[in-house]
Design a protein around this ligand. Structure first.
Ligand code: HEC
Ligand code: HEC
Length: 505
């Protein structure tokens, strides 16, 4: 983490600054823009637009010395490699892993980059493999839902990377706009990935058959603590509101309380994280799970490996592995499938990790008083983007009680107005070779405009198929086609202004 510059002076003077309209021009500065600079509210925003913008502690952390220290310990667990050592700092990697550190996939805490070969050790290759049954689209049971390609000697990885092919299909022709030109003649182009895994390179017994492979890229991590502070009821209200509009298909099954996601204390919550809305709280969320299932580092409440019986069977029957380990088939199988392994990560480390995770600030919006950005903002509101990219939410009392290991120890964000630009619901955009099931959560747009500066790449969408904002918008089909069509028919000046607005929030 590099905490580079404190911009508190800027933040203090902001309201006055806007009120006197520094442009002096004929575009009035809107009063209501001023608070929107605070994308993460007063407790969750940093005024930092450097290459370190995504990795700053929120004011909610900095206001507390003990928490600031825990944050620093916690961030090392995200940034540094885990090792296969049996003890010591960040030990316990394996026997199989997806990566040896989080940051490999979340470069500088942002989204990953588009790559054309799957190499786990390539920094910024953020892809998770998604191996699903061709007919049902369920994850195949022979591989973990996040299949590993790394193994500690003498084990073999469930998927050997040499068997993975990512092919980018160029010059896709959008059926609605086969000219691939805007009405004023400006051209755009679209590409998308096709992924395969040669079954020869899968180490499982039995091996999966009749499967499809997709890739999913990372979402940013900053601000997920603020999203956690939004009350469940507000999310359910958003679902009912969009349902009442009558023009969107929504993933109703997700809002049946029977399908809510189980928290450690037995409570259930609607999903709000990941494209698949598979996680309902941050403390039982993608990061809290990843620190275990990406690395296979066990902890007191996860004393087992994230692997499948089909993998354990293949490894335990492998005579070469039996000889190298000097163990029998049964012994190897029992070790791999054990539910009572010794914890490798201490509770204290896990607590620090969660303080860091919940404490990451959102970078403030930029240039909102620029007339072109204001014009883009008006367009964004008027052509129907905000129905799904809901601009703001207000957090609740934020008294988290779920996981006793961390409850009461985490940064809090009570009653903050925040601007993630997402309804936190799923929609179907019907793009070719779409995400598994076609349902995809609306990606929060906050902070994304700094991506190029922070991570070196600004690819977008769930598999990074969009090389810029215009491509991302033109992939909006299905329930977003109406808004996309309005964008398509805008004069170039308005298209440019809209893009500039999106890069500013
Ligand atoms: C293999 C690459 C990879 C690694 C390593 C990885 N992630 Fe992720 N992460 C992803 C992908 C891909 C997604 C989006 C997946 C989805 O929505 O299904 C994601 C999503 C997330 C999200 C959800 C963001 C949101 O808005 O819903 C958080 C938080 C997160 N990761 C934190 C972490 C943390 C913390 C670690 C380390 C303990 C980590 N990740 C390691 C690939 C990775
Ligand atoms: C029906 C809901 C819906 C509407 C309307 C909608 N979007 Fe989206 N938007 C989504 C979803 C869902 C995603 C994620 C899609 C994916 O990654 O496959 C998304 C993703 C995006 C992204 C890429 C985010 C990222 O960084 O990966 C941008 C940019 C975007 N939308 C802009 C717009 C604009 C501009 C409009 C108005 C013209 C708009 N959207 C209208 C649902 C919608």
């Amino acid at each position: 983490m590099q905490k580079l510059i404190s911009f508190s002076i800027v933040s203090l003077s902001l309201f006055g600054f806007l009120a006197c309209n520094p442009n002096g021009g004929d575009t009035p500065v809107k009063e209501d823009l001023s608070e929107e600079y605070y994308s993460g509210g007063l407790l969750g925003t940093v005024f930092n637009e450097t290459a370190g913008a995504y990795e700053q502690p929120a004011p909610a952390v900095e206001n507390d010395a003990a928490m600031s220290l825990a944050f620093k310990y916690g961030e090392a667990l995200f940034e540094k490699e885990f090792t296969s050592n049996e003890d010591g700092i960040r030990s316990g990697l394996g026997p199989v892993s997806v990566r040896s550190s989080c940051i490999n996939c979340h470069p500088n805490y942002g989204h990953g980059r588009r790559v054309d070969s799957y190499r786990a050790n390539e920094y910024g290759n953020s892809y998770l493999l998604v191996v699903i049954d061709k007919n049902t689209q369920a994850y195949v049971p022979e591989l973990a839902p996040m299949p590993q390609t790394q193994a500690v000697y003498p084990f073999l990885p469930p998927v050997d990377e040499r068997g993975i092919t990512i092919k980018w299909i160029d010059n896709y022709v959008l059926p609605e706009y086969p000219s691939m030109k805007f009405p004023d003649g400006e051209a755009f182009s679209l590409i998308y990935p096709e992924v395969t895994i040669d079954p020869e390179y899968i180490n499982a017994n039995p091996k999966p058959t009749n499967y499809d492979v997709k890739i999913e890229a990372t979402i940013g991590i900053y601000g997920t603590g603020l999203i956690d502070a939004i009350p469940d009821d507000s999310i359910l209200e958003q679902y009912r509101y969009e349902k009442s509009l009558g023009y969107f298909e929504l993933n109703d099954a997700k809002y049946d309380p029977a399908n809510f996601i189980l928290e450690n204390d037995g409570t259930r919550h609607p999903g709000r994280y990941t494209y698949g809305l598979t996680r309902g709280t941050l403390q039982n969320g993608p990061g809290a799970n990843a620190i275990w299932n990406i690395t296979n580092v066990t902890r007191s409440n996860r004393r087992y490996h994230f692997i499948t019986a089909a993998y354990a069977t293949a490894m335990s029957q492998n005579v070469d592995i039996q000889q190298k380990l000097g163990k029998s088939e049964q012994e190897i199988y029992d070790y791999l499938m054990s539910k009572e392994l010794t914890p490798e990560m201490t509770d204290r480390d896990y607590q620090d990790f969660m303080v860091w995770h919940r404490g990451l600030a959102v970078p403030a919006a930029r240039n909102l008083d620029d007339p072109q950005v204001q014009r883009g903002r008006e367009t964004f509101y008027s052509i129907g983007c905000t129905t799904c990219h809901r601009p703001s939410w207000t957090t609740g009392a934020d008294n988290y009680t779920g996981d006793t290991l961390v409850a009461g120890k985490l940064p809090r964000y009570p009653y903050q107005k925040i601007y993630p630009y997402s309804d936190l619901l799923q929609h179907r955009l019907n793009m070719v070779n779409d995400i598994r099931t076609g349902w995809c959560r609306t990606t929060p747009l906050w902070g994304r405009g700094l991506s190029q500066k922070v991570t070196g790449a600004s690819d977008r969408l769930h598999d990074m198929r969009a090389r810029n904002v215009v491509e991302a918008i033109m992939w909006h089909g299905g329930d977003a086609a109406r808004a996309r069509d309005k964008f398509y028919n805008l004069p170039k000046e308005d298209r440019d202004a809209l893009v500039k607005f999106i890069e500013s929030i």
